[in-house]
Write a protein that binds this ligand. Structure first.
Ligand code: ADP
Ligand code: MG
Length: 510
């Protein structure tokens, strides 16, 4: 910035934050000027959200300082940051669905008259805020929040920030769940805030948006500040390189050899539902196919469609060569499929029940159906053998699973699907929240299962894991499979597809 420029409105200096086992931030600094949109980018786990939570007082840093208008500030709670003029819009919402827009904006700060809430004043102030955001045409102060679209809800959050006289606004992946038209609504609002002199920190994975909005871009990687660049001075390919450059010191098990790959277990042709568009791919016995993509690209939706949680509504699915309509998880289990969800605590396990009962969970669900099914031996599965197969470390099989470590809980989920002799396993983030050692164990196990003939589909947000584990990689973007890459593809190639670069190039030409 030249001499005549205003001083930064916000300065974050040398922030360090250690979580148990992870140095989430290591001496990170960042500045934002009034009237500037400053994008923060980095892979999952780079430390973006943690930095913002520290900025607004949701977390305390171990080291480092924050200055607002040149004054050092200390926030112990997001409310204090709000009062000082720093607001954050999270990915997930904090509005109350059954209250109106006006009630949400003034929650806990309702204008009062004669000791009563002054509803008229509240509605008037809300109208004025919405007018300032040019959103009054499509959001009514009286509307219930649950009737609003995601973008509209975000605009209500912004209106709330305005009512708190925010001068710094942080947006953490605000568009992850938005449709294209909604993104435009939000962008108009964000630009008008910038023009009014607000300092805006904008976290996003979507390069197109970043280049459209941001003046400067800061790249974080593994908790460190990598670079801060002017948006017009860098290409998206160079930005990707800054984001992903890293050394791998971890060793993954070897990929499948051609001889290990067998018959087609699952074939999907032109399948769609509300979210997914024209999905086509094959999954064969003995291979691990990785699914890469950014948050919101449809990876989990794909797993849910295959497993009958949110089924496809058109197209064709064949399991072992036979056309099948998988309309429910039970139907999927009957077809020999298992689904290891992202959220094992909520969906994969009965936490208060024993290891034993959890391992038998899916098997028993199958037994309750009258249809004969292919089960593991006549007398039911051998729970002890299964837990040995997955190398479970538990005090006993009667131990409730809630007391096991994340890695061991994941092994119980796996044993549960082995109990039904699943031939097709879908993993959604198999090692999320699992420490490095247990991670290696899960990776070995996945490869051992593939080698024994299981067909594995593995969704992962961690690029090194996708690359290290997958015999082929399907990349998703915007509800579609936009490309397939071979084993050992580079992070940059995956990111280019995942951020829609090649699609964009195609769209521009047409
Ligand atoms: P990003 O937003 O860039 O994806 P995060 O800031 O969420 O990254 O995470 C940075 C690192 O800190 C990750 O390794 C993550 O697992 C870890 N982390 C984040 N929040 C917590 C927490 N509350 N407790 C422990 N570890 C955390
Ligand atoms: Mg984040």
């Amino acid at each position: 910035m030249s001499q005549s420029s205003p001083p930064p409105l916000l300065q974050i200096r040398g922030i360090t934050k250690q979580f148990p086992g992870v140095l989430a931030l290591d001496n990170v600094s960042l500045e934002c000027y009034p009237g500037e949109i400053h994008a923060v980018v980095g892979e999952n786990g780079a430390g973006k959200s943690t930095l913002m939570k520290i900025l607004v007082g949701a977390y305390q840093p171990d080291h480092g300082e924050i200055y607002l208008d040149g004054q050092r500030v200390h926030f112990h709670h997001p409310r204090q940051a709000q009062q000082a003029g720093i607001s954050i819009i999270y990915q997930e919402f904090t509005l109350l669905p059954y209250r109106t827009v006006a009630q949400n904006i003034f929650l806990g700060r309702e204008p009062a008259r004669h000791g009563l809430i002054d509803r008229r004043a509240m509605v008037e102030k809300t109208s004025e805020l919405l007018r300032r955001l040019k959103a009054d045409a499509y959001i009514s102060p009286h509307a219930l929040v649950r009737d609003l679209s995601v973008a509209q809800q975000q605009i209500v959050e912004i209106a709330k920030a305005l009512s708190l006289e925010a001068r710094v606004l942080v947006m953490d992946e605000p568009t992850a769940a938005l449709a294209a038209e909604e993104v435009n609504l939000l962008f108009d609002v964000v630009r008008s805030l910038r023009d009014s002199g607000m300092a805006i920190i904008y976290i996003s994975h979507r390069f197109q948006e970043i280049f459209e909005l941001a003046r400067r871009i800061t790249v974080l990687k593994d908790g460190r500040h990598v670079a801060t660049v002017m948006a017009h001075e860098i290409t998206s390919a160079d930005l990707v390189r800054l984001m992903v450059g890293r050394e791998l010191e971890y060793y993954y098990p070897p990929y499948a050899t051609p001889e290990e790959i067998g018959e087609t277990r699952l074939r999907v042709e032109n399948a769609s539902n509300d979210f997914l568009k024209n999905i086509s791919f094959e999954l064969r016995a003995g291979e691990i196919v990785g699914i890469a993509g950014l948050q919101g690209s449809g990876r989990t939706e794909l797993a849910q469609a295959l497993f009958g949680v949110k089924p496809f509504t058109s197209g064709k699915v064949e399991v072992r060569g036979r056309i099948t309509h998988i309309s429910s998880p039970l139907a999927a289990i009957r077809q020999g499929m298992g689904f290891i969800t992202e959220d094992r605590k909520r969906e994969g396990l009965a936490l208060r029940q024993s290891v034993w009962d959890n391992v038998l969970l899916a098997f028993r669900a199958l037994q309750h159906m009258l249809t004969p099914v292919r089960l593991n031996g006549a007398g039911g599965p051998d729970v002890r053998a299964l837990t040995q197969q997955v190398d479970l470390r538990a005090a006993s099989l009667s131990q409730p699973v809630q007391y096991l470590s994340g890695g061991n809980q994941q092994k119980v989920v796996l044993a549960k699907w082995l109990a039904t002799a699943s031939e097709i396993l879908i993993f959604d983030e198999p090692t999320r929240g699992i420490d490095v050692n247990a991670k290696a164990g899960i990776h070995q196990l996945l490869r051992a299962l593939a080698r024994a003939g299981t067909a594995i589909l593995m969704i992962s947000s961690e690029l090194p894991e996708v690359i290290g584990m997958s015999d082929r990689i399907l990349v998703m973007h915007d509800g579609q499979i936009v490309g397939e890459l071979p084993a050992g593809a580079s992070e940059a190639d995956i990111m280019l597809l995942a951020t829609g670069q090649q699609l964009l190039a195609g769209e521009k030409r047409s």
